[in-house]
Each structure stands twice: as structure tokens, then as C-alpha cells.
Design a protein around this ligand. Structure first.
Ligand code: SIN
Ligand code: FE2
Length: 203
């Protein structure tokens, strides 16, 4: 593991190609049950450029009326979320937290999608790391400290890479500035999938 900052750990190639393919197959089954939806920003209702869905007992959603939150059901189908893929749990285990994850947010980036700098702070369990898995096209991932507007650094995340956002970096600002389309053959369509596993409630 490479320590990008205190508590921010990076393991390139955590999943090999065969594992990535198996994980994508698990995700395709999950997305059939819980289709991708387009979240909207709190208040303004502006659409995110990523589409998302979730696995696990809780899923992260956002809309204009009720803002960011976790809920046990899909906002469109009202069905419970599918189980977290078994292979994704290996990333959580790498973080060594004593309790299991409750949510696995699945973000799908097309060639133009990005994610502005933000903190993951809708979880009560801030002692648990967030485990982030990259699949498909590479992206430029930016991270900084725990205050907005401070200095940032960037790394290129590739398919199979794992990032653990924990410890002193648990509330670091982070985001995705851009994709590098056509840099991976993993997905049939162009784009990138990011999975983030989270513990929401105190363990
Ligand atoms: C996120 O912060 O929700 C996503 C990060 C990523 O796509 O790598
Ligand atoms: Fe995040």
C-alpha cells in the first residue's frame, strides 16, 4: 500500500484482470435488479454527470427535495438494494475495520462525467474507512486535505486499483477531474465504474 497522505492508502492493481471481470459480472447482475439512476443536487436539482446505484442494506441517494442521505430502498423502483458483491468485500477487508460495510455506492462515469471535490461525510461511522475500487477507463483523481480550498494532488487511477480513505484523511476533499476514454478494455461500453464501500452507522 502506498500512503498518499496520512490515512489515505493506495494499492495499484489490487484486483487482477480475471477478478475485475468477475466483479463486473456481479455488478451487471446487481444493476439489472437496481437500475442506474441520475441523482440531483440538493436544492438546485441540477443533475449529477455520473449515474449511480447501490448495493447493501443502505444506499446513498440525493435529490432536490431531500438532499444527500442513505436509505434502504431504490429511489425509483422502491425495491431493497441487492447484496454487496462478494468480490467487492475484499476491498473492505483490506481496510481492516471491525464491522462490515453497509453500503456500496456504484458510480458510472461516461466519457464526459466528472465528480467535483467533496467530502464523504454523510456517514455517522467516521472511524471506518471508505474503500474505493476503480474499474474500466482510467481517471484523474484529485485529493486534498480536510478543508476546502487547500492544496491538492492528483493521481491517475486505473482499473483494479484500490484507494482507502480513512484515518486522518477520512474527511479529505476528493473528486474526479476527468476520464481517459479508451484506456481500458474491461467494460463493453466506454467509461468507468467506481465502487465505494462505506460503514454508515456506528459499529
Ligand atoms: C466518489 O468520491 O464518490 C467517487 C470517487 C471516484 O470515482 O474515484
Ligand atoms: Fe467521495
Amino acid at each position: 500500500m502506498i500512503e498518499l497522505a496520512p490515512g489515505l492508502l493506495y494499492q495499484p492493481g489490487f484486483y487482477d484482470r480475471a477478478q475485475q471481470e468477475a466483479l463486473v459480472a456481479e455488478l451487471r447482475a446487481a444493476v439489472r435488479q437496481a437500475p442506474l439512476f441520475t441523482p440531483r443536487m440538493p436544492r438546485t436539482g441540477k443533475e449529477f454527470s455520473v449515474r449511480m446505484t447501490n448495493c447493501g442494506e443502505l444506499g446513498w441517494v440525493s435529490d432536490a427535495a431531500r438532499g444527500y442521505r442513505y436509505q434502504p430502498r431504490h429511489p425509483v423502483t422502491d425495491a431493497p438494494w441487492p447484496a454487496i458483491p462478494a468480490l467487492a468485500l475484499r476491498a473492505w477487508e483490506a481496510g481492516g475495520f471491525r464491522a462490515p460495510p453497509q453500503a456500496c455506492l456504484v458510480n458510472f462515469y461516461d466519457a464526459k462525467a466528472r465528480m467535483g471535490l467533496h467530502q464523504d461525510r454523510d456517514e455517522q461511522a467516521l472511524d471506518a474507512p471508505v474503500a474505493s475500487i476503480s474499474l474500466g477507463d482510467s481517471c484523474l483523481f484529485r485529493f486534498g486535505g480536510s478543508t476546502r480550498g487547500g492544496p491538492t494532488k492528483s493521481i491517475r487511477l486505473e482499473s483494479g486499483d484500490l484507494v482507502l480513505i480513512g484515518g486522518a484523511s477520512r474527511l479529505c476533499f476528493h473528486g474526479v477531474d476527468k476520464l481517459y476514454p479508451g484506456t481500458s478494455t474491461l467494460l463493453a461500453e466506454a467509461g468507468r465504474i467506481n465502487l465505494t464501500l462505506r460503514r454508515v452507522e456506528p459499529a
